[in-house]
Design a protein around this ligand. Structure first.
Ligand code: PMP
Length: 364
């Protein structure tokens, strides 16, 4: 048994050894400019709020559809796949939690980059799954060549975000395809939380690769982080594996209001196209503003930028910004400890960030 404190007396052994994921903070500070959790600065489509209001009636007495069929039909239509090739969950974090359980297992390490979504090592520890970590290359891009040098027979799965987080760098579809082909005997998961801001979706490849599973979320490009809807697309065998885990854990992860709102979000194509185009434009403007202040900015296909200033420690800049009521994400980790991850905010928020940086950099 592992060492435990008195308050941990009744905890399971696994839990004592666990370090949970730490989400970006959600402080309640008046006038705060919050550029730390990659939320979308635009409100969701008004059709979403109308649909949720319309669904908020006495039917809440009843359980939702355990299969979320209406939402899955909508997603299948959107992505041009069959109904049994779509799984939905309570945020893509839950979908990831299910797929680690469903597709990866103890005894065969899974492959992911050194700098990536920090939830992956947490799921590994939760489920007792080993990992093989492949460093990003010098330019902080996913090193597909290095991954493809790994003997696939020793590997239990592969997972990476595309675009990667927190770098924002995207791989082309041919690189994703190389991974799916090289690791043909295990599940290859592409976490496309940010794909709508500038990368190509690997959903186009799922018909050809029975091992490929793609996850997406409504939290970012649909402005619905508060609704908690994520989904996965893959061949029906992979989807059935996810459904088996769901039905062994929680049969109704997607509630009635969330399902209604999510469907409405996909029905308002114009809102989606307008807001994502604006975010892409504002990202490039913000990158130019950071460059002009001496920052090195990693090219991003996401709704955030990873940037470092050659003369200033990342932790100092993050603390300085906080004094100006601007919060960004700083990871106290090797290789990116001097970087800031800055969510693309609204135009006034991005301007306020640059003004605060001017004050901080000018004060030297
Ligand atoms: N994947 C990546 C790479 C992310 O950055 C996030 C957001 N923290 C998620 C998945 C999860 O998003 P959600 O649970 O809101 O769908």
């Amino acid at each position: 048994m592992s060492m435990r404190s008195d308050r941990q007396r009744f905890w399971s052994d696994d839990l004592v050894g666990l370090t949970p994921y730490v989400p970006g903070e959600q402080p309640r500070i008046e006038g705060l400019i919050k550029l730390n959790t990659n939320e979308n600065p635009f409100p969701p489509s008004s059709r979403v709020t109308e649909a949720i209001r319309a669904a908020a009636d006495e039917r809440l007495r009843l359980y939702p559809d355990p299969a979320s069929q209406a939402l899955r039909e909508c997603l299948a239509g959107y992505h041009g796949v069959a109904l049994d090739e779509v799984f939905v969950g309570n945020g893509s974090d839950e979908v990831l939690g299910f797929l680690f359980r469903a597709l990866f297992q103890r005894g065969r390490p899974i492959v992911f980059p050194d700098i990536t979504y920090s939830f992956y090592p947490v799921y590994c520890r939760l489920y007792g799954i080993e990992s093989t970590i492949v460093p990003l290359d010098e330019a902080l891009a996913v090193d597909v060549d290095a991954m493809c040098r790994i003997d696939p027979s020793s590997v239990g799965g592969v997972i990476l975000p595309n675009p990667n987080a927190p770098t924002g760098r995207a791989l082309g579809l041919e690189q994703v395809e190389r991974l799916a082909a090289h690791f043909a005997d295990c599940a290859v998961v592409i976490d496309e939380a940010y794909v709508d801001f500038g990368a190509e979706s690997a959903v186009a490849l799922v018909g050809r690769y029975p091992n490929l599973l793609v996850t997406q979320t409504l939290s970012k490009s649909r402005s619905l982080a508060g609704l908690r809807i994520g989904f996965a697309v893959g061949q029906s065998g992979l989807i059935e594996a996810l459904t088996r885990v769901k039905d062994s854990f929680n049969s109704y992860p997607v509630d009635r209001l969330a399902e209604a709102g999510a469907i409405a979000a996909f029905e308002d194509r114009a809102h989606f196209e307008r807001t994502r185009a604006a975010i892409i434009r504002m990202r490039e403007e913000l990158a130019a503003g950071l460059n002009a202040r001496g920052f090195e900015v990693v090219p991003s296909a996401a709704n955030f930028l990873l940037a470092r200033h050659p003369d200033h420690a990342g932790a100092d800049l993050a603390a300085g910004l906080r004094r100006h009521k601007v919060i960004v994400r700083h990871f106290d980790r090797p290789r990116i400890g001097d970087h800031l991850r800055i969510t693309v905010g609204s135009e006034p928020e991005n301007a306020a960030l640059l003004t605060a940086l001017d004050a901080i950099l000018g004060a030297e």
